[in-house]
Design a protein around this ligand. Sequence first.
Ligand code: UD1
Ligand code: UDP
Length: 388
Amino acid sequence: MAQERTASRRIMVVFGTRPEAIKLFPVIAALKEADGLEPVVLVTGQHREMLDQVLEIAGLVPDHDLALMQPGQSLDEISARLLTGIGGVLDAEKPDMVIVQGDTATAMCGALAAYYRKIPVAHVEAGLRSGNIYHPWPEEANRKIIGSFADLHFAPTDTAANALRREAVADDRILVTGNTVIDALHWVTAQLADNPSRAGVIAPVEARFAGKRIIGVTTHRRENFGSGMDDIAHAIRDLAARDDVAIIFPVHLNPQVRAAMLPILGGLDNVALLEPLDYLNFTRLLQIAELMLTDSGGVQEEAPALGKPVLVMRDTTERPEGVAAGTAMLVGTDRTTIVTQASRLLDDAAAYAAMAQAHNPFGDGQSSARICAAITEWFSVNGASQPD
Ligand code: UD1
Ligand code: UDP
């Protein structure tokens, strides 16, 4: 008589950078709750301090940590280390499925290493496309590579699902789930509401700038390195010349970002250049900011959910939903355009009100539960061919 299967399916969740950790900790929590699924957490350490900040807040202890980050790493160096490092763990663990998120080098190499072993791949935040292979770079190519062979594509929105259909991904492999960042944001805002003192890093900066109108800034995109970053820095400096505003700018640890920003913005009275904030403190910044200036992907999703106008310092976006909802506007990296659009929001109450509407085009906070249900269903259909 055939033995009845009782063992859980082991789902290896692979991530390595701050945004992946933020968008996957709710998925890991849901996997732990789901009957018949068991998460195994592999962090690559593509990021170190910025990853650890999220692990600590989420109370996550990885099963494996490859600790791969090197200062100033190039794309080929980090990708080579990732592919062989992740491959070694997959050979040892032999998971039933691998989950990757988004479009980082870790996500692309994690998916590729799984594919090389014919392990099914589930892609969270699938189908984002800017249509320009160099914007963002290298993320647009990374996500297309994952999309070309993933078994399950968890698209955050209908727009993303349609992009996958245009690339001939079969309908029964696509599920619109919402973006798990909203699950994370709901969790963190509840934590802040219960215990505001957890935003203890931002509190003294908030006090220092009492009465000022706060502009929050983040920037890190590789395609902006060089003249783009220089223009962004000068635009922020121009805005800081207004005495009614204060800039709060947690500076990404990429040495190229710091080299571009610190010389131009250091030492200004109403500019606080901070170390990267943990997710609790960064969410508090989103709450107190009048507007955000950013080239980040995640911030484009969080700001609309909180009704904060966001000026996106890029020429293209793979997240058109925020623009369509009216909360986000593409301003590129041109110094004059950034200053003009930010000043318009500061000086024109009607223009500000038109953008400061809370919208949730990116989800309802239940994305992780949908993802777990879909994985369970996938195994019920495809499970017979899986090894014991
Ligand atoms: C990476 C991702 C990008 C994602 C971003 C999120 C790739 C190719 N890029 O870009 O898609 O949007 O993360 O932030 O996958 N560093 C530290 N400590 C840290 C993190 C970074 O010192 O905790 C420094 C190191 O010198 C490191 C450098 O930043 O070499 C670059 O890190 P890397 O992950 O290669 O690129 P990011 O620009 O962070
Ligand atoms: N974030 C954070 N601390 C910071 C800056 C950003 O916790 O100092 C969070 C932010 O809320 C969002 C994510 O990090 O969820 C975005 O990460 P990043 O901009 O580095 O990457 P991207 O989203 O562009 O890939």
